[in-house]
Design a binder for this molecule. Sequence first.
Ligand code: NAD
Length: 258
Amino acid sequence: MSLEGKVALVTGAGRGIGEGIATALAQAGASVAVADIDIAISQQTSDRLKRSGWDSLALQVDVTDKKSVSKMIADVEQHYGKVDIAVNNAGIVSLYPIGDLAPEEWDKVLAVNAKGVFLCTQAEITSMRKQGYGRIINISSIAGKSGFPELSHYSASKFAVIGFTNAVAKEVATEGITVNALCPGIVGTGMWRGETGLSARWALEGETEEASWQRHQKTFLPQGVAQTPEDMGQLAVYLASAPHVTGQAIAVDGGFSI
Ligand code: NAD
């Protein structure tokens, strides 16, 4: 599955799953534009790809802002002449029981996870239509296939990504553009690990963050082990290559959604 000669764009690629996907796409031969709200970490990922001998460009973007998204696409087009593959990965999470969920928190999470995917996909399709070719991969979640307590707003945003992906895939199906969703299971990025991650927030009384992390892997996942950013990268490379897979929401979750 060579992506030689292709140009890829990955949002939220300064760290975590986005960084893993950017690396896999670069390893498969694509030139990769690495975009993140934090330009310092975009630059770090991009520099790391270049040190491995791959072609990369670092960009700053706020996916909730239409002007910023338009500028990101214009920058990729100016530098590389086109956008072939786009992975809309930037996302945030927070935990609130439904009674405590403020409308502002709902708006904040939906703005990045759902509106961000909409704004990026819209701008990417406009660019891809010029060449009649494109591969769009929107990052949803296992929380986009079933709900989790304290994550109602996050689940709503990730269900939205799947519905949106399905609808847009049908709309552009005859234009050489595929649109799919990738649903990670449990990946030990900043979203799960550290003081503010889900492991710490969901730790039982007296349980360490590490013990909570181990327990969640064992209780949530039939395989009993977490997935990695590299696992997500493998599916992204496949979806970036496959011409006749579209509108799907594919989980890489160690059997969680069986
Ligand atoms: P992460 O927090 O490590 O990385 C997210 C990246 O998105 C960060 O680099 C951050 O700076 C960037 N970002 C945040 N807001 C942004 C904005 N407005 N514009 C541009 N960039 C922005 O998280 P991760 O675990 O790597 O998550 C990546 C994606 O995978 C998210 O969409 C997340 O919901 C999804 N996901 C993660 C898991 C998991 O277990 N980690 C599971 C399911 C789905």
